[in-house]
Design a protein around this ligand. Structure first.
Ligand code: IPM
Ligand code: MN
Length: 333
């Protein structure tokens, strides 16, 4: 897709490839080898595949795990803001398990904090291994910078921010709410609401249209965006951007889907749309980015589907595999 964009718009992209996750562990013993990290730092943007392997999921004692590569990359590149746009292509209104009248017009931009929280706090075992702990921590500075990103984005959209926490129970959430309230004062035009995470889990399904920008902590954001993917029909449709002060990383929100490995069934649209986000955010190439989104839209309008977004009414000959639907997108670029 990027080569086609380069050709069409007169750009030249230069690529480098780097190993991370299971493939890196197999080759080097490490989930994120130093060489890969350096390549990322030397690039203007990173287009990321997907991480995970069932071998490790079934072995809780594994010391080196693919996900560590992803987490280390986020930390080392300072990618504190994870943008997950949830936008439903009109043609997929019936692909979701949510009623079309509830869904139509839903357009949410999630800001998930990505380098703090329970993900990165001290973790370990005590009492001879009988007790485990994961520490959740946030500093004012960490909350403030993600909150600002969310409010800035809201100013370019419908000027609504929903901050999600669990301030009725967690101290980190009380700090979170305090800081968001402070930042909100700098954006008098933005309408702010604070909601508990359990309520948001319910509201996303009940009335997704009530949300515009949602900002939340790392773990809550991880969980809520998988849920919200159903608003867009499938996890296979959702792209994300992770940004900080340097190189940005663009990746589908889904994992490596080993249940369908080698079958050629995976929906490539989340990856393709991640490349569109890359062009827009890291390179400022809005027109090029829109060209990719339009090509995906055109393929959906033509009735083509991968299995995850097909429904009972999809004709069998319109259900395509990964390569074939990729070709259809490319042909429309
Ligand atoms: C995601 C993924 C990762 C996360 C996993 C693979 C560590 O689920 O990007 O949402 O929890 O952040
Ligand atoms: Mn996740």
């Amino acid at each position: 897709m990027l080569d086609k964009i380069a050709e069409k718009f007169g750009h030249e992209f230069s690529y480098d490839e780097a190993l991370i996750g299971h493939a890196a562990i197999e080759a080097t013993g490490e989930a994120l080898p130093e060489e890969s990290l350096q390549k990322m730092k030397n690039s203007d943007a990173v287009l990321f595949g997907a991480v995970g392997h069932p071998k490790y999921d079934n072995d809780p004692s594994a010391k080196v795990r693919p996900e560590q590569g992803l987490l280390k990359m986020r930390k080392e590149l300072g990618l504190y803001a994870n943008l997950r746009p949830i936008k439903l292509f009109d043609e997929l209104l019936d692909a979701s398990s949510i009623k079309p009248e509830i869904l139509k017009g839903a357009d949410i931009l999630f800001f998930r904090e990505l380098t703090g929280d329970i993900y990165f706090g001290e973790k370990g075992r005590k009492n001879n291994g009988d007790t485990a702990f994961d520490n959740a921590e946030y500093s004012k500075y960490e909350v403030e910078r993600i909150a600002r990103k969310a409010f800035d984005a809201a100013m370019t959209r419908n000027k609504k921010v929903c901050s999600v926490d669990k301030a009725n129970v967690l101290e980190t959430s009380r700090l979170w709410r305090e800081v968001v309230q402070q930042v909100a004062k700098e954006y008098p035009e933005v309408q702010v609401e604070h909601q508990f995470v359990d309520a948001v889990a319910m509201l996303l399904i009940k009335d997704p249209k009530r949300f515009d920008v949602v900002v939340t902590a790392n773990l809550f954001g991880d969980i809520l965006t998988d849920e919200a993917s159903q608003i867009a029909g499938s996890m296979g449709m959702l792209a994300s951007a992770s940004i900080g002060d340097g190189t940005g990383v663009y990746e589908p929100i889904h994992g490596s889907a080993h249940d369908i490995t080698g079958k050629g069934l995976a929906n490539p649209m989340a990856s393709v749309l991640s490349a569109a986000l890359l062009l827009d955010i890291s390179f400022g190439l809005k027109e090029e980015s829109n060209a990719i989104i339009s090509a995906v839209d055109a393929v959906l309008k033509a009735g083509f589907r991968t299995g995850d977004i097909a429904d009972a009414s999809t004709p069998k000959d319109k259900i395509l595999g990964t390569d074939a639907i990729g070709e259809e997108i490319l042909n429309r670029l």
